[in-house]
Ligand binder design. Structure first.
Ligand code: FMN
Length: 171
């Protein structure tokens, strides 16, 4: 089993840059969520809000990397109207039963709102760590927040390795 997979959706590129950085820092594989109907122009923006308002799960393409083959899947996307973006909702709902450990991250203009809590609720998992980064923070490097996120994930993985043998004995 492989260690970490970073999965992300990005409409305008900010989450993609954050995801790429996290994948490098965690030595993780990377998989992008693609929509069947990409969002362009004003109509695309309106669809973002419509999807959030009605909790829609817009159609997405099949995942390139099978999440069930990873010990942990780190899922991220932009914040839309204080909530998780529709395509991330679609991914988490589709793969909820295949995820083992999880962590979540989001890119936003001013704050994560409910997006990270939405993600936990959609896949019914407590995350090992969460990260919300504004675009302005990311432009400044967001070093402290990203370091803390990576460190929390590394510690959770180490704790999991330490506790795994005792769980196996108990089974
Ligand atoms: C429809 C829509 C709604 C948004 N709502 C919020 C919001 O409630 N809070 C926030 O901080 N940013 C909000 N944003 C800004 C995005 O979360 C932010 O630009 C994010 O970095 C975009 O990521 P992306 O480039 O990966 O798509 C919204 C953007 C869009 C398009």
């Amino acid at each position: 089993m492989k260690d970490n997979l970073v999965v992300f959706y990005s409409r305008s590129g900010h989450t993609r840059r954050l995801a790429q950085l996290l994948a490098v820092r965690l030595d993780a594989d990377l998989d992008e969520i693609h929509e069947l109907n990409p969002r362009r122009g004003l109509l695309g923006l309106a669809r973002c809000l419509y999807d959030v308002l009605f909790g829609r799960e817009p159609p997405i393409t099949a995942a390139t990397e099978p999440p069930q083959t990873y010990a942990r899947v780190i899922v991220g996307g932009p914040v839309w109207a204080d909530h998780v973006a529709g395509p991330v909702r679609s991914y988490l709902t589709r793969h909820a039963d295949e995820l083992r450990r999880v962590a979540f991250f989001c890119s936003c203009a001013h704050g994560g709102g409910q997006a990270l809590a939405d993600m936990a609720s959609l896949c019914e998992r407590e995350p090992d760590a969460v990260l919300a980064v504004t675009e302005a923070e990311f432009e400044r490097g967001a070093a402290a927040a990203i370091d803390a996120f990576v460190s929390a994930l590394q510690q959770a993985a180490a704790a999991q390795t330490l506790t795994a043998p005792s769980r196996e004995r108990a089974a």
